[in-house]
Design a protein around this ligand. Structure first.
Ligand SMILES: NC(=O)c1ccc[n+]([C@@H]2O[C@H](COP(=O)([O-])OP(=O)(O)OC[C@H]3O[C@@H](n4cnc5c(N)ncnc54)[C@H](OP(=O)(O)O)[C@@H]3O)[C@@H](O)[C@H]2O)c1
Length: 361
C-alpha cells in the first residue's frame, strides 16, 4: 500500500513537470546566419496552470521557419518598430514564431486538452501561450496539420493578399515572381496561373527551375544565378514587358524588373531577402521609369489581409480539393534541426515551405 502511494506520487511528478528544449540566438546576428549563431537549451516546465490566467500550454508540432526572423535577430533593423511580429529578439531568449501544436493543458475557456491550434508559439518543444498572444483552434482538420503552417497558414495568406489585393491582376497579364520555388512564391505563381495570367518565375537552381516549369505549370522560369545580365534575361522571357512583379528578393532583380515593366505596372513588395543578409545589395530602381510608366510599388504584410482570411481559405481549400494546387513542403525533423533549417533559407536550400517538425502528435 505504502509502495503504491509512492508510485502514484512519482507519476504525478512526471506528469506535472516536463523537459522543454528551446532554441535562442547567442548574440545578435548580422549578415548571413550560421548554425553556430544558435544555442539549444533544456529547461523543466510545469504543466500546472494558474486558474484564471487564461494560459494555454501547447505541445509544438510544426514550427514555421521564416526569413523575416533574421531582421529580428539584428541589433538594429528599420523593421523593428513597425509591427509586433517584427520586434527585436533578445539573445538567450527563446525565439517566438508561428506554428501548429496541440493543447496539453488549458486555463482558457474553449481550449481543451488535445485541441489542435495554430498561432505564435516558440522555437521549443512546449510553449506556454499567454492571454493576448495569437492562438486559434484549427477547424479544417481533414488536411495534414503541416498545411496550417504553409499553404493554409501565413505563407498562403501572404500569397493571396499580395497577389489578389496588391497586384490587382487582370486575366492575361504577364506576371513575374522571384524566389518562385519558395513558400510564398510558388503559391503566388500557381494562383496567377489559375487566374489566367502568363507566369514566369526565377529561382536559384536548375532543379527548382525544372519544378516550376514541369510540375507547377509556370510558362517559363530561369536560374537567376546563371544569368550575367538580369535585364536581358527578363527581356527574353517577357518580350512584351511585365505587368505585375511579385517581389520576394529586392536588390538588383527589382532594378532589372522596373526596366522591363509596362505602363501602369504593379509591384507587390512582399520581402527583400537579398538585402536581409547584405544591406549593400539594395539597388535603387530607375525612378524616372516609375514616373513615366506610372508604376505602383506597394509593400504589404500578410496581417493586412486577416479580414479576408475566410475568402482565402475558401479559395485555397477549393483548389486543394480539386487538385489544382500543388503543395510544396520542406520539413526538417527535430528541434536540433532548427538552426540548419533557418540558415538554409539564405543559402536557397529549401523548396517550398520550410518548417521543422518537433513532434508527430
Ligand atoms: N510581407 C509579408 O507579410 C511576408 C510574409 C512571408 C514572407 N515574406 C517575405 O517573402 C519572401 C519569401 O519568403 P518565404 O517564406 O516564402 O521564403 P522562401 O522563399 O521559402 O525561402 C527563401 C528563398 O529565397 C531565396 N533566396 C535566398 N537568398 C536569396 C538572395 N540573396 N537573392 C535571391 N533569392 C534568395 C532562396 O531561393 P533561391 O534558390 O530561389 O535563391 C530561398 O529558398 C521573403 O523576402 C520574406 O521575408 C513576407
Amino acid at each position: 500500500m505504502v509502495q503504491s502511494a509512492k508510485l502514484w506520487e512519482i507519476e504525478m511528478e512526471i506528469e506535472m513537470e516536463i523537459i522543454n528544449r528551446s532554441v535562442s540566438i547567442k548574440d545578435h546576428v548580422e549578415g548571413a546566419p550560421e548554425e553556430s549563431d544558435f544555442e539549444l537549451k533544456t529547461d523543466v516546465i510545469t504543466t500546472e496552470l494558474i486558474l484564471g490566467s487564461n494560459d494555454v500550454l501547447v505541445k509544438n508540432l510544426y514550427l514555421s521557419i521564416d526569413p523575416y526572423q533574421l531582421n529580428r535577430m539584428k541589433k538594429y533593423s528599420s523593421s523593428h518598430e513597425t509591427s509586433n511580429f517584427a520586434a527585436p529578439l533578445v539573445p538567450g531568449k527563446t525565439v517566438d514564431g508561428y506554428g501548429v501544436g496541440r493543447v496539453v493543458a488549458s486555463a482558457k475557456a474553449g481550449f481543451e486538452k488535445g485541441d489542435p491550434v495554430a498561432g505564435v508559439i516558440g522555437w521549443e518543444e512546449y510553449t506556454l501561450v499567454h492571454q493576448g498572444t495569437m492562438l486559434n483552434k484549427l477547424s479544417t482538420t481533414d488536411f495534414p496539420l503541416s498545411y496550417h503552417v504553409g499553404i493554409l497558414g501565413f505563407s498562403g495568406l501572404t500569397a493571396y493578399g499580395g497577389f489578389y489585393n496588391v497586384c490587382k491582376p487582370k486575366k492575361g497579364e504577364k506576371v513575374f515572381v522571384s524566389a518562385a520555388s519558395g513558400s510564398v512564391g510558388n503559391v503566388v505563381g500557381q494562383y496567377a496561373k489559375l487566374f489566367g495570367c502568363y507566369v514566369v518565375g526565377c529561382a536559384g537552381t536548375k532543379q527548382k527551375v525544372e519544378l516550376l516549369k514541369n510540375k507547377l505549370g509556370f510558362n517559363d522560369a530561369f536560374n537567376y544565378k546563371e544569368e550575367s545580365d538580369l535585364k536581358s534575361a527578363l527581356k527574353r522571357c517577357f518580350p512584351d514587358g511585365i505587368d505585375i512583379y511579385f517581389d520576394n528578393v529586392g536588390g538588383e532583380m527589382l532594378e532589372a524588373v522596373v526596366a522591363n515593366m509596362n505602363l501602369f505596372g504593379r509591384i507587390a513588395v512582399c520581402g527583400v531577402i537579398s538585402e536581409y543578409i547584405d544591406a549593400k545589395a539594395r539597388v535603387s530602381p530607375n525612378m524616372l521609369d516609375i514616373v513615366y510608366k506610372r508604376i505602383t510599388i506597394q509593400g504589404f504584410l500578410a496581417g493586412d489581409f486577416i479580414s479576408q482570411y475566410a475568402d482565402f481559405i475558401a479559395l485555397t481549400v477549393g483548389y486543394l480539393r480539386s487538385h489544382k494546387l500543388h503543395v510544396l513542403e520542406d520539413i526538417s525533423i527535430d528541434i536540433e534541426s532548427i538552426p540548419a533549417a533557418f540558415a538554409g533559407l539564405f543559402r536557397g536550400d529549401n523548396i517550398g515551405k520550410k518548417m521543422v517538425q518537433i513532434a508527430e502528435k
